[in-house]
Design a binder for this molecule. Structure first.
Ligand SMILES: Nc1nc2c(ncn2[C@@H]2O[C@H](COP(=O)(O)OP(=O)(O)O)[C@@H](O)[C@H]2O)c(=O)[nH]1
Ligand SMILES: [Mg+2]
Length: 292
């Protein structure tokens, strides 16, 4: 059984076409499925339009709580053991949903990687997203072609482990990607088209880019702290060590306070990293696949 979860906030312009496209694709592929639209406190006709579809379950938040909160509500309500997510703004190729589901075979998650950026303010989004995507690829030791695509399919069981740490904001999708990649779950990527949004985008360039960057670092610290702490500690120790050699030669074995500070801070950051790593390992328990 497959549960299609669609978070929706004031999407009266697009939700009807999106629901028709999902139904046509899933019926066409002969798949057994349910559709859950999570209306996140919309003030337009989004919920009313969705209720017009007989086999669509509409769950309404009394007020707007954020796309992440809507996704968590949808996951909890899902009856299927496979969950597919798409937006309600006309941007994702819902006709491609059967291909996405087929690509889940042998994986815990499959993400539709957008071939091109179609969002607003491309000149800002593209470099910012590339930098953050490369940072996440380094920190997860995985090549990530698209970190925050909203068009994805995954198994419900592993996601339930992380529901309590997933944010209520846009960063839900990026965080779950990093959570899977740093906890031994397998993630597949398939290329997809991406269309301009119908209706108004709520993307705030500086605020959302800053949030996005802090998110990636926070998620890594949460799931794999050594990846952040160790490079910082090594940098401080190397720099301190170099300075110590300089002090030995220049000041005849008298170490400047800055040298001592550098080395001590390096040791402390390293120790903090080890401690954080130990806590995370204890908290997160066995990696994906082990003991499940
Ligand atoms: N922007 C926004 N979208 C929300 C919210 N709650 C649910 N959504 C839905 O979450 C999906 C993703 O949001 P969107 O603004 O398209 O983000 P983007 O695709 O990352 O630019 C869309 O289907 C929205 O309708 C919310 O509070 N804000
Ligand atoms: Mg969207």
């Amino acid at each position: 059984m497959i549960s299609v979860v669609i978070p929706a906030y004031n999407e009266e312009l697009a939700i009807g076409d999106d629901l028709r496209a999902v139904q046509a694709a899933m019926d066409g592929a002969g798949l057994e499925y349910e559709i859950i639209v999570v209306d996140d406190g919309s003030t337009d006709r989004t919920a009313e339009i969705a209720r017009g579809f007989p086999n669509v379950r509409v769950i309404s938040h009394p007020h707007n709580r954020g796309t992440g909160a809507a996704r968590t509500t949808g996951v909890k309500a899902a009856r299927g053991d496979i969950i597919v997510m798409t937006d309600a703004d006309g941007t994702y190729p819902n006709h491609d949903m059967p291909r996405l589901i087929a690509a889940l075979e042998g994986y815990d998650m499959v993400i539709g990687a957008r071939k091109k950026e179609a969002g607003t303010l491309k000149w800002l989004r593209t470099p910012a997203k590339t930098f953050i995507r490369l940072l996440a690829s380094y920190l997860t030791a995985t090549k990530i072609p698209d970190l925050n695509s909203g068009f994805r399919a995954f198994r419900k069981a592993p996601v339930m482990r992380f529901l309590n740490v997933l944010p209520a904001t846009h960063s839900w999708v990026s965080t779950i990607t990093i959570a899977f990649l740093t906890n031994g779950y397998t993630v597949n990527f398939i290329p997809i088209d991406y269309y301009p949004r119908k209706g108004r985008s709520t993307f705030h360039p500086l605020r959302d880019t800053y949030n996005y960057l802090t998110l990636v670092v926070r998620a890594i610290v949460y799931f794999n702290p050594l990846k952040v702490f160790l490079p910082i500690s090594l940098f401080l120790l190397l720099f301190g060590g170099g300075k110590a050699i300089y002090d030995i030669i220049t000041y005849n074995w008298h170490f400047a306070p800055s040298t001592v500070t550098l080395i001590l801070t390096g040791v402390q950051v390293g120790a903090l990293g080890m401690l954080a790593d130990l806590i995370v390992k204890r908290l997160n328990g066995p990696q994906g696949g082990e003991g499940e």
